[in-house]
Design a protein around this ligand. Sequence first.
Ligand SMILES: *Cc1c(COP(=O)(O)O)cnc(C)c1O
Length: 431
Amino acid sequence: MLYSNLSVNEFGHLTIAGLDVASLVNEYGSPLMVLDEDRVREHCRVYVDAVKKYLPSGSKPLYAGKAFCFKALYSIIESEEMGADVVSPGELYVANAAGFPLEYVYFHGNNKTDEDIAFGIDVHIGRFVADNRDELISINRIAGEKGVKQRVLLRLSPGIDPHTHAKINTGRVDSKFGTAIETGQAMELLEFALSLENIDVEGFHCHIGSQIFESEPFSDAAEIMLKFAADAKDELGFITRYVNLGGGFGVRYIEDHPHIDIADNIKKLGECISTTCERFGITAPAILLEPGRSIIADACTTLYKIGSVKTITGYKSYVSIDGGMTDNPRYALYGSEYTVLNASKADKAPDFVCTIAGRCCESGDLIQEDVKIASPKRGDILAVLCTGAYNYSMASNYNRICRPAVIIVKDGKARVGIRRETFEDLIRYDM
Ligand SMILES: *Cc1c(COP(=O)(O)O)cnc(C)c1O
């Protein structure tokens, strides 16, 4: 099996953390998302331990809540001593409702409204990651009205070349996020921020992209950010306390993806940071990392029931499931790869080539094309692995399809993390 928490029992059924998927679907219904708590905790610990060991003191990993955001998960993240980042007032609301310590929460986004800013300040959010000048002006004004001095980081774009690192495209100069270092505008923004009396600038943030398998792009970004910190010290006498390098470590969705040693990558990053700081003659700032996908993705499996198997003579076979783009839009959006298996026949060789189709009225509603699974029939359970990140958080009610339940499994037991949506939920806002 692709992940160590998955296995096959004597009935030929897939098991997740030792639990038979057929029993889970019997009890909790289908489609069902199954989150393995211990696997989430393992991933958190890799980050927390490596950050403690290899990065400057005061460094901390923050969970990027946009990957999967619900109350029970924040309690797990908190108990593993990670901070969190949010990209909207809704995510902040959820973290707050879960009782997450907001001191360790960072508020991102390229367009925070005045209401968002006021909300953040009212709940004593740790830091805003200010995207631009307009936002800084608002934060300064609202913080002034509320009589606080608000801590902020400035979001910068390091100008990492997407051609040398394919798939990385949020840290370019031409980006809707942040302010470019290369054009000189980042330094101007810092100078402006330092002139605002209700703002305490603590450092800088960048996020270069996602699903990155190499360590070099992170080291490149770190060097550019530290060079900027050194320039800021020379030009403005500014001392950088925090550099937040964002998220982006990749995960193995399929066998062909490489395995990433996160701890080793953080070690390399730590080495790069100390040599770079020495070279530029600055004290190493605390480093923040914001993993989302690599914390949560492979800890979750989505289970569906197969409804039909249809072979178009001379073309291909479609296997239809009782979910689809409403709970996992990633294939429809970006052609994302997934490992798919017939969980009712997990002991049988995958020999049937098919396209997995969702139940929406949309030809593009596919989960995967031309994959091999063990001969499927109506009633079998189909498992799609690695669905923890950007699945439920991107789910919709298109075709008025109810969102699935999310259960959390641990120590041989399951509990509901998010209850299944009901038809009543669908008309909750209808007047
Ligand atoms: C999306 C995002 C992350 C998380 O990225 P992953 O690839 O899921 O690790 C972290 N920080 C910011 C600012 C983001 O936008």
